[in-house]
Design a protein around this ligand. Structure first.
Ligand SMILES: [Zn+2]
Length: 241
């Protein structure tokens, strides 16, 4: 396959604060612990889901939670201020995301799969596809120089399951799992009391389920960038069992 190294940097781009921590946080924890690096970009705070708080109140809470979640992993974090449920799909957003890609210079991007029950998630997929293109083109002049990405992975999100068949599972060691739990515990959404969906139980059980098919205790699953399904190399790749 391609080179596998823990020294890589992951940029996880999610529609709402918490999406990427929940789905890619274990893998990011593993990379950071092994000498790599991680950053989160949340396109909206995800401020509209609270049962009792106003969007303004919950936005402030999500900002604080996102900062603490990233700090728990030792990852960088930034958040755009588009409104939850109203994330636009246009070139303004795509260029802003491209600028973040050029600034963070990740080796790997993780984002949402294209099919989702949440419109912000599906739009994030489209925005990231465009942003990766804009970030890579030298002749698109922005404040920072071009940065090309060869690896986009789509995260295993409960809301993005339509036609989602993972291609890759990454084994998660107990320390990285614990770091992920600490990270996600920054969110009330994860601890309970915000949503009827059982986030904590779902993502803990999913790690175990994906771990079973990877013949390991726990794992994170990802789907490959469609354009990267065909891979070149000197020899036929033999995946590790
Ligand atoms: Zn979301």
């Amino acid at each position: 396959m391609t080179e596998q190294t823990p020294k890589n940097k992951i940029l996880a781009i999610g529609a709402h604060a918490a999406d990427m921590e929940l789905t890619a946080g274990m893998t990011m924890a593993k990379y950071i612990r092994a000498g790599g690096a991680g950053a989160f970009l949340h396109l909206t705070p995800g401020e509209r889901g609270h049962p009792t708080k106003s969007a303004d109140e919950y936005r402030e809470q999500k900002r604080d939670e996102a900062a603490r979640a990233a700090a728990a992993l030792g990852a960088r974090m930034q958040m755009f201020d588009y409104r939850d449920g109203e994330l636009p799909y246009n070139d303004e957003v795509a260029f802003r995301v491209a600028d973040v890609i050029r600034a963070e210079k990740p080796d790997i991007i993780v984002t949402h799969w294209k099919h989702s029950m949440h419109k912000d998630h599906a739009r994030t997929y489209q925005i990231v596809q465009d942003a990766v293109f804009y970030a890579a083109l030298r002749t698109i002049e922005r404040p920072l120089p071009r940065h090309g990405i060869r690896s986009i992975y789509y995260a295993d999100n409960w809301e993005d399951q339509q036609d989602y068949v993972p291609d890759v599972v990454v084994a998660i060691d107990p320390e990285s799992f614990e770091a992920w739990r600490q990270c996600c515990s920054a969110y009330q959404l994860f601890r309970g009391g915000v949503s009827n969906f059982r986030y904590r139980e779902y993502y803990e059980a999913l790690a175990t389920t994906r771990g079973c098919v990877a013949f390991t205790q726990r794992a994170n699953a990802f789907k490959l960038w469609e354009e990267q399904q065909v891979r070149g190399g000197e020899w036929l790749p033999i995946p590790r069992s």
